[in-house]
Design a protein around this ligand. Structure first.
Ligand code: UDX
Length: 437
């Protein structure tokens, strides 16, 4: 099938490459010329494991091309909208400028029978509004909302083998003609057993925001337990292991630490609260305000614990922060708790060096005032305290015995609770975890 993908960021670039991998003929469209020229040269404009290889593989088949011109969408049967919906400046609500612009740019190129497929995370009500707009211009085209659940760092696998597919169409009916078009697009995952649900537009939009709100709530729940463990002298990692064995609860997303960040969970829960307010249902989501507050408190808690670790004063202390990305296997620093903590420490007088295997270029753009060092060994040498804030494998595998010779004082704060405290203490380190005695 001929497919266009509008918006070639984290979501769209991966989606375009994966659709070509599934056998479709795909054109990726974006207004950013640099992004398009990188992608056309089979280079991902961001770090995502496996994406460069996949781009090379599918481009050699001739099934994937890129363009800055929306007219390149003409002739495609399916048009995926994959642009960003960032938080509006100074507000909680989502900024729909890019979604609206993508749809407007597409309108002149739509033909009868075309299916526009929204993948971006949008406030409930957006799909029906856009569908009306599309119908005004091309009455025989239709819009399906097909939310994306991919995780950065696992984006290729999540797109090729999603755990579910949701199609929201205007009547919510299984026999809507757009359903069979999307079934053809996703024939491969469907044949390997991926469940597929057909809903109406608002339900499909809410599926995405509800899923992200649940995940954020789960993380903040365990971080609230970490606060209690801190007060009571208990260990939140053991608590998570024990409650996680109840399969109604489950162990996933119960890792207490510095909290969630990234381009999705923080802004999505805020946009959800804002939208609920507009719909007069704000009471239903007031708990998300607490979820957000618990999450942000973790960052201040880490600053306080670092001060304690540094004998009560941060002034002039040489602190090395391991990790800038919001999670490992990503170079994304959007709302990264690690970077936000690094910046707060620097503001309070510490001399902070940040290291990260992939995210330093993005980090530098975000916080140019921090000091960055790509080589982790050099970054750690002479440090008076280490803060492990993003759980990259290379930091998990650090050897406390080897490392104690190169730092100035063997002190470590494990912001992700991934190190073995006994081992580090036995090697002579002052070890602090979060929510652990
Ligand atoms: C998330 C959703 O998982 C995905 O389904 C959706 O499509 C987009 O948003 P992503 O932003 O890639 O994906 O990251 P995710 O793996 O969910 O992690 C989000 C944040 O939560 C990270 O900062 C991570 O470090 C943190 N986290 C995750 C925890 O602090 N504890 C956990 O137990 C799990």
């Amino acid at each position: 099938m001929r497919i266009s993908v509008i918006g070639c960021g984290y979501l769209g670039a991966v989606h375009a490459a994966c659709m070509a991998k599934l056998g479709h003929e795909v054109v990726g469209i974006d207004v950013d010329e640099k992004k398009i020229s990188d992608l056309a040269a089979a280079t991902a404009p961001f770090f995502e494991p496996g994406l460069d290889d996949l781009l090379r593989e599918v481009q050699s088949t001739g099934r994937l091309s890129f363009s800055c011109d929306a007219a390149a969408a003409a002739g495609s049967r399916v048009h995926f909208i994959c642009v960003g919906t960032p938080q509006r400046h100074g507000e909680n609500a989502a900024d729909l400028t890019f979604v609206d612009a993508a749809v407007e740019a597409l309108l002149p190129h739509l033909s009868p029978g075309d299916v526009v497929v929204g993948k971006s995370t949008v406030p409930v009500g957006t799909a029906s509004r856009l569908n009306r707009r599309i119908r005004d211009v091309q009455p025989e085209a239709t819009l399906v909302w097909n939310p994306e659940f991919l995780r950065e760092g696992h984006a290729v696998a999540d797109t090729l083998h999603p755990d579910r597919l949701v199609y929201g169409n205007e009547d919510g009916l299984e026999d809507n003609p757009a359903v069979s078009v999307l079934d053809e697009v996703y024939a491969s995952p469907i044949s390997s057993g991926t469940p597929r649900l057909v809903t109406d537009h608002p339900t499909s939009e809410l599926v995405k925001t509800a899923a992200n709100s649940f995940l954020a709530t789960k993380i903040s729940f365990i971080n609230a337990m970490a606060e209690l463990c801190e007060a009571a002298g208990a260990d939140v990692t053991q608590l998570a292991d024990a409650i996680g064995l109840d399969d109604r609860i489950g162990r996933k997303f119960l890792n207490a630490g510095i909290g969630f960040g990234g381009g999705c969970l923080p802004k999505d829960i805020r946009a959800f609260m804002a939208r609920a307010g507009e719909l007069g249902a704000d009471q239903a989501l007031t708990f998300l305000r607490e979820v957000d507050a618990i999450n942000m408190r973790r960052r201040s808690k880490v600053v306080e614990l670092t001060r304690e670790l540094c004998d009560g004063s941060l002034l002039g202390k040489r602190i090395t922060v391991l990790g800038a990305a919001f999670k490992p296997e990503s170079d994304d620093v959007r709302d990264s708790p690690a970077l936000s903590i690094a910046a707060q420490l620097q503001l309070q007088g510490a001399v902070v060096t940040v290291t990260d295997p992939k995210a330093l270029r993005n980090a530098q753009r975000r916080f140019p005032e921090l000091h960055y060092q790509q080589d982790a060994e050099v970054a750690m040498s002479g440090a008076e305290a280490l803060l492990l804030l993003t759980e990259w494998k290379q930091y998990r595998d650090l050897d406390p015995y080897e490392l104690s010779g190169s730092v100035a004082t063997p002190k470590i704060l494990d912001g992700r609770n991934i190190l073995n405290p006994e081992k580090w203490r036995a090697a002579g380190w002052s070890y602090r975890g979060l929510g652990r005695p």
